[in-house]
Structures are given as structure tokens and as C-alpha cells.
Design a protein around this ligand. Structure first.
Ligand SMILES: Nc1nc2c(c(=O)[nH]1)N[C@H]1C(S)=C(S)[C@@H](COP(=O)(O)O)O[C@H]1N2
Ligand SMILES: [Mo]
Length: 541
């Protein structure tokens, strides 16, 4: 009997310790959330630790995360951080049963780690970013210390052992009756839970308010008509085949790849773009109004991510509206290297500390490199870079498509490595020719007989001249091509297949506008984009 009761006592103490740890962690995060809402929402502990983790993630792991979790990769990361913090909080709670001060100090240590993460983020605004983690940790440590002091044996008074007791008088431990203590703990724990929830909710509300100016500025933005409209899409760019991609990707379906755990909400009214650096004879800072007063161009451009696997989903097409980037650079006195300019790299920086580098030569060679303000007829969505982003047809997004842009610096590739280049991705990355089978899907079971095989092919800024399909080990056969909208866009294709019953491998390859056939050689996405032919296995029956 004695053994059972002892076990029960120990078990209940353990539960309370774990609860105290979790509540301390919860309080720390809630208080940090509140402080962040007053200081800077981007400096919340989960955001900065997540961001620091992303910064330190090797290219292969980042690619694995994108591949495995898709656009939920950030959610998975944040849940992972919360789960880890939860486990550590339980451990600290149990530790505090014996070593009260050490447990509390442990909570403080996490605050220091959070602060360090905040201060090493590329978009850090300085010491203010350390505040949320530090103040939150102080609150969490205090809560753990107080709650641990209220945990005593349920069976009866049992003085806390350990160095803390030896070090000095403890306010609550032992002494009083067990029942009182239990109620004392439950009451303190409940008050803590309610108070922390309230503070956290207040923080969330305040953070939400912060973006309201940006939201209002977006709603108030009227996009001017383009001086140079996009040519009308030829009839038939969109094939009718069931299951084929939409030629123009609706904004809400457009893929999103970036490192931002909190989507930047930039107020268009206070937004500025600075152009400066090597060989910039007339450095300048533009407001959004300055840009909107210029003649705008409208262009159809297909954007692709370097992390897109063969057959992958990280490609989208939109009609963009904005200013011609080369004109702006010329106005500032910039010359491309071929005209004697000293800078060969254009580094675009965003409000969230991202830096992407593009070849100046490509930006100024006559292609429609654009500082976009509009996407498919509306201002850029926040997810896609409001108020202004850059696009260079023919280049993967990570070397061209800076969202939430605020600064353009002319420099050299020798002098500076941009964010992804520091992480093993190539300095220069033109988009590789690719074709994708959209339908039938892998492992589909179409009825034998007439089956439409269809999909998309792309080789931005070179165009697509030909798409061929191969059934099993048969000969390559020409697919039917939809009209080409332009060399900067993808192109749809279809192939009428007479499917014999049984399993078949369908393979596709494209030829670009220069006559180069898409390589069969398989390459992974790192360092400069995947290559190889897309194939799907289907069973006709
Ligand atoms: N500020 C910022 N811009 C960015 C990125 C980023 O992480 N931060 N990612 C780039 C990458 S890798 C790609 S593929 C495109 C994706 O643009 P989208 O999210 O609008 O599709 O944005 C580019 N611009
Ligand atoms: Mo990308």
C-alpha cells in the first residue's frame, strides 16, 4: 500500500512539475508575443528562431522540406519549434521540482537563445529585436519559480530537498497542509493560464492592427492603364484537355516560395526604392507614385522556382504590370558591362532582409525585366511582394524575382554573394528547358483506347518549338502544340494516345526556340535547377 501511495504522490508531483513547465513556456511565448506586437511583430521568438533555422538550413534540406511539405513547410517548421519547446518546458518543469532556481534559469537561457537568433537575422533592426525573447523569458522564469514553489506532496507536507532549500528559505514549500498547497497550485496555475492567454491574445490583436495601414494602402491603390499593354493571348493557348494546368495561374493558386515566416505588410504610401552602387552616376530614391507616373508595361511572364523538381509544381504564369527596370537603371546612369559599365551584378534587397543577385547584362539586354506592381489585374498580393517586386524573364526566381523590394545595388559578382549563393546555389541560373505531363496523373488507370496526354513546357526567354512524347520504349512522336503566347511564357501541348491495355510509361521532352533538345541527364535542383525528362506510369484497363 505504502508503495502505491508513494508512486501516486510522485506521479502527481511529476504532473504538476510538467504543468508548471508548460505554463511557464506558454507564458513566456504569450508575453513575448505581446512585446513583439509593441516592438516589431517579426521579432517574435518562434518567428526569429524559425527564420534563423531557415537561414542555416542546407540547400538539400530546404529542398527536402519544400518537396515534402510544399507550401506547408513553414507551418511544419513552426509546429516543430513549438513541439520542441513544449518538451523542453516539461523537462525544465520536472527539473524545477528539485532545483527551482536552475529550472527558472533554464527558461532564461532559452530567452538568450531567442534573442541571439533575433539579432543574427538579416532583417534585424538591432537590440529592440532581442526584447520579446528576453522579456518573455523573464516572465516565464518567474512563473516557473513561483509555481514550483507551490508544488508539494499531496499526501502531506514534505519539505523540498535540494540545493535551493539549502540556499535559503522557500516561501511556500512544506509547512502548510497538502490540501491547501494543491489548491494553491491549481489556483496559481489557472490564473497563469488565463492571464497568459489574455496577454497573448492582446499581442495578436495589436500585431494584426499593425498591418492595417498596409492593407488600406493596397485597397486604395488604383493601377494605371499600361502604356504598352500585353499582346492579347492567342486563341487556344489554353487547351481543353481535362486536368491540364490553367494557362494563367489565378493569384490565389500561384505557388509561393520565400523565407518569410511573417509575410511582410508594407505600406505603399511610405514605401521607397533606392537605386545606388557601382557606376550609378545619378543615385535615386523612388516612391510608388514616382513609378506609377511612368509609362507602364504589361507582360505575360511565367515564373519558375529553382527548387522545382522534374514534374514539380513550383511554376506559375501571370500577367504582370510595372515599369521597365532597364529604363529606370539607365535613368540613374547605369550601363551594362557590354557598354563599359563597371557593375555586372544587380543586387535586389527586400524589407525582410533577402538579397537576390541578377546579371546586369540580362536585365538590360532588351528583355522585359520589370518592377511589377500588378499581377493579373490587381495590385500584387502581399504573399507575392506588395507593393513592388522584380521579375526577369528567363531567370529562376531566386536570382531575379525579389518580393517586397526596397533597394537595388549595382555591384560585381566578385564582390558580393547574395543570400542563396552563400547557401551553395549557383550565382547565375537561367531557367532550364522542361516539359511536364499534367494528365494523366502518375498511376492513373484510364480506360484503354483514346487517352489525351497533355501538359505544359517551358524555356523562358527562349520559347518552346517542339514537344515530343514517347510511349514505353517506342519512338518519339510529336505532340500538338498550343499557340505560343511569347518566348517568356510556358506553352501547352497535347498528344492523342491509343492506349493498349496494360502498364505504360509515358515520357515527354521539349525543344526550345534555339533548337536545343531538353537534356535527358538527370540533375537535382541544387545548385542551378533540375534537369531530365518527366515520365509517368499509368495502367490502361
Ligand atoms: N523577399 C523575398 N523575395 C523572394 C524570395 C524570398 O525568399 N524573399 N524567394 C524567391 C524565390 S526562390 C522565388 S522562386 C520567387 C517566388 O515568387 P512567388 O512566391 O511570388 O511565387 O520569389 C523570389 N523572391
Ligand atoms: Mo525559388
Amino acid at each position: 500500500m505504502q508503495g502505491v501511495s508513494n508512486f501516486r504522490t510522485t506521479f502527481i508531483r511529476g504532473l504538476k512539475g510538467a504543468a508548471a513547465g508548460l505554463l511557464a513556456g506558454y507564458t513566456a511565448l504569450a508575453v513575448a508575443e505581446l512585446v513583439a506586437s509593441l516592438a516589431r511583430p517579426e521579432a517574435g521568438p518562434v518567428t526569429v528562431v524559425g527564420g534563423a533555422a531557415i537561414d542555416r538550413t542546407p540547400a538539400a534540406v530546404k529542398d527536402f522540406a519544400i518537396r515534402t511539405f510544399g507550401e506547408s513547410d513553414k507551418l511544419v517548421l513552426q509546429l516543430g519549434i513549438l513541439a520542441t519547446l513544449g518538451l523542453l518546458a516539461v523537462a525544465l518543469g520536472l527539473l524545477s521540482l528539485r532545483y527551482r532556481r536552475t529550472g527558472a534559469a533554464g527558461v532564461l537561457l532559452f530567452g538568450v537563445i531567442g534573442a541571439a537568433a533575433a539579432l543574427t537575422r538579416p532583417d534585424t533592426q538591432g537590440p529592440v529585436d532581442a526584447l520579446p525573447s528576453l522579456v518573455g523569458a523573464l516572465a516565464g522564469a518567474a512563473i516557473l519559480y513561483l509555481l514550483a514553489g507551490r508544488i508539494v506532496s499531496v499526501a502531506g507536507p514534505e519539505p523540498l530537498a535540494g540545493p535551493d532549500t539549502a540556499a535559503g528559505p522557500e516561501p511556500v514549500a512544506g509547512g502548510r497542509q497538502g490540501r491547501w498547497s494543491r489548491r494553491g497550485f491549481l489556483a496559481a496555475a489557472s490564473v497563469t493560464a488565463v492571464a497568459a492567454t489574455g496577454l497573448g491574445a492582446l499581442g495578436r490583436t495589436l500585431s494584426g492592427r499593425r498591418g492595417q495601414g498596409a492593407v488600406a494602402s493596397r485597397e486604395g491603390l488604383k493601377l494605371p492603364a499600361p502604356a504598352s499593354p500585353a499582346p492579347a493571348l492567342p486563341a487556344g493557348v489554353q487547351l481543353k484537355a481535362q486536368g491540364i494546368s490553367s494557362f494563367t495561374t489565378p493569384n490565389k493558386d500561384f505557388y509561393r516560395v520565400d523565407t518569410a515566416l511573417v509575410v511582410p505588410k508594407v505600406d505603399a504610401d511610405t514605401w521607397r526604392l533606392r537605386i545606388h552602387g557601382k557606376g550609378v552616376a545619378r543615385p535615386r530614391t523612388y516612391t510608388l507614385q514616382d513609378l506609377l507616373e511612368r509609362p507602364l508595361i504589361e507582360r505575360d511572364i511565367t515564373l519558375t522556382c529553382v527548387s522545382n523538381e522534374v514534374g514539380g509544381p513550383y511554376i506559375g504564369h501571370a500577367r504582370w504590370l510595372g515599369v521597365r527596370l532597364a529604363d529606370l537603371l539607365r535613368e540613374c546612369g547605369v550601363k551594362p558591362p557590354s557598354k563599359g559599365g563597371p557593375a555586372d551584378q544587380l543586387v535586389a534587397r527586400s524589407v525582410d532582409g533577402m538579397a537576390l543577385g541578377s546579371p546586369v547584362e540580362d536585365v538590360m539586354d532588351g528583355r522585359d525585366a520589370i518592377l511589377a506592381v500588378g499581377m493579373n489585374g490587381e495590385p500584387l498580393p502581399f504573399d507575392h511582394g506588395f507593393p513592388v517586386r522584380m521579375l526577369v524573364p528567363g531567370l529562376y526566381g531566386y536570382v531575379s524575382a525579389c518580393k517586397w523590394i526596397k533597394d537595388l545595388e549595382l555591384t560585381t559578382f566578385d564582390a558580393y554573394d547574395a543570400y542563396w549563393v552563400k547557401r551553395k546555389w549557383a550565382r547565375k541560373a537561367p531557367i532550364k528547358t522542361q516539359a511536364r505531363i499534367d494528365t494523366p496523373k502518375p498511376f492513373a488507370r484510364p480506360a484503354a483506347g483514346a487517352v489525351v496526354v497533355a501538359g505544359v513546357a517551358w524555356a523562358q526567354h527562349r520559347g518552346i518549338d517542339r514537344v515530343e512524347v514517347r510511349i514505353d520504349d517506342g519512338p518519339w512522336q510529336d505532340a500538338d502544340l498550343a499557340p505560343q503566347a511569347g518566348i517568356d511564357t510556358w506553352r501547352q501541348w497535347s498528344f492523342p494516345w491509343k492506349a493498349a491495355a496494360g502498364g505504360h510509361t509515358l515520357t515527354v521532352r521539349a525543344t526550345d526556340g534555339t533548337g536545343a533538345v531538353q537534356t535527358e541527364e538527370r540533375a537535382r535542383t541544387v545548385p542551378d535547377g533540375a534537369s531530365g525528362w518527366h515520365s509517368v506510369f499509368v495502367t490502361a484497363g
